[in-house]
Design a protein around this ligand. Structure first.
Ligand code: TRP
Length: 352
């Protein structure tokens, strides 16, 4: 399976319930590949400041995943931009999809609107690049949230079209839906998101969690503890439903809240404890995997592995397409001379 994230910031509780827990569960069944999709980040965020942060954020994303329970012995973490062949693969897919098909994707328009940018050529091609990621390792399964369904649907189409036109190269990947509810932010208004400043990061310490929970939005009509409150649409109770193992205690709190016999402070104190209980074992894992160089080494190994697989896939595509046929000799010779400066420095393609 292949899934992953753009390195735009640290993961938070919304990611934990929305995707990470699902990924942890699936690693028992699948070989798990996790992409750090920095090329996808560029489609909406390409400032030098954003790019300068990719290093730190890539490390952070991987550490977040490890802390949530992804096992380093099995998982393959890799940095997308270190696989130049993914562009070649995407290029070979481009003639198999029409511009109007891409223009009709609401998910892309949403992304442009949310990021406050016009639709660039790169953003229009977002689903093709994502398809290249998925097809590069010939993934069978792609666990993603709703916002990504349309993209993986496009991947399935591309895989079928390629296979139909040139011969079987790709499995048609299944979308694995996470059944989790979306988590509302501390503002009680919108889904949790770092950019909305309504998130609790997985890396937040216990005091920060407590402070954020104590400031959470609750029932705005409830000015005193003895005023009956509303449990529905109240983010504090929504979170308790998601995170509290003691459902009987939560039911009791709900009843007392409705009848005006419990204060917001008591409920929030309880919730802060519940959230910290969820995060505490993750903090221990984070500590364990924070030794210098460990995550970098993981990403490096994973990237090397995916690069090799991608080169093999591109070759298989070209063979199926006939692009390795009559002109092979010329291409081989042309590739051999002159050596580029990069390859002289030893940075060229392996095996060149
Ligand atoms: N589109 C994903 C996101 O929303 C990131 C991504 C890039 C991805 N390539 C992928 C997800 C391949 C799954 C598979 O951030």
């Amino acid at each position: 399976m292949l899934t992953g994230d753009r390195p735009t910031g640290p993961l938070h509780l919304g990611h934990l319930v929305g995707s990470l827990r699902n990924r942890v569960r699936l690693q028992a069944t699948f070989d798990a590949y996790f992409i750090i999709a920095d090329l996808h980040m560029l489609t909406t965020r390409n400032s030098p400041e954003d790019i300068a942060q990719v290093d730190v954020r890539a490390r952070g994303l991987s550490l977040d995943a490890l802390s949530a329970g992804i096992e380093p012995e099995q998982a393959v973490f890799y940095l997308q931009s270190a696989i130049p062949e993914v562009h070649e693969l995407a290029g070979l897919l481009q003639s198999l999809v029409t511009v109007s098909r891409l223009e009709r994707l609401p998910a892309l328009k949403d992304m442009a609107r949310d990021a406050g940018v016009d639709m660039s050529f790169a953003l229009l091609g977002y689903p093709i690049l994502q398809s290249a990621d998925i097809l590069s390792v010939r993934a069978n399964a792609v666990p993603v949230g709703k916002d990504n369904y349309a993209f993986v649907e496009a991947t399935r189409e591309l895989a079928r079209r390629f296979n139909g036109k040139y011969g079987e190269v790709f499995p048609v990947p299944e979308i694995i839906a996470g059944e989790a509810p979306t988590l509302i932010g501390t503002d009680g208004k919108r889904k949790m998101s770092k950019s909305l400043d309504n998130a609790i990061a997985l890396a937040d310490d216990a005091a920060t969690v407590r402070r954020k929970v104590m400031r959470m939005y609750t029932d705005p009509n409830r000015i005193r503890a003895d005023v009956p409150g509303t449990v529905e649409e109240n983010p504090v109770f929504a979170w308790l439903d998601v995170f509290a193992p003691d459902t009987i205690h939560v039911e009791g709190l709900k009843q007392r809240y409705r009848s005006g016999t419990v204060g917001d402070v008591e409920v929030k104190e309880y919730l802060a404890g519940v959230v910290n209980d969820v995060l505490e074992p993750m903090r221990e894992r984070r500590e364990r995997f924070s030794q210098p160089g460990l995550v970098d080494q993981l990403i490096e190994n994973g990237t090397r592995r995916v690069r090799t697989e991608t080169q093999e896939t591109v070759f298989a595509m070209k063979r199926a397409m006939g692009l390795t046929g009559a002109w092979n000799r010329i291409r081989r010779r042309a590739a051999r001379i002159p050596p580029t400066q990069a390859s002289q420095r030893g940075e060229g393609l392996q095996g060149e």
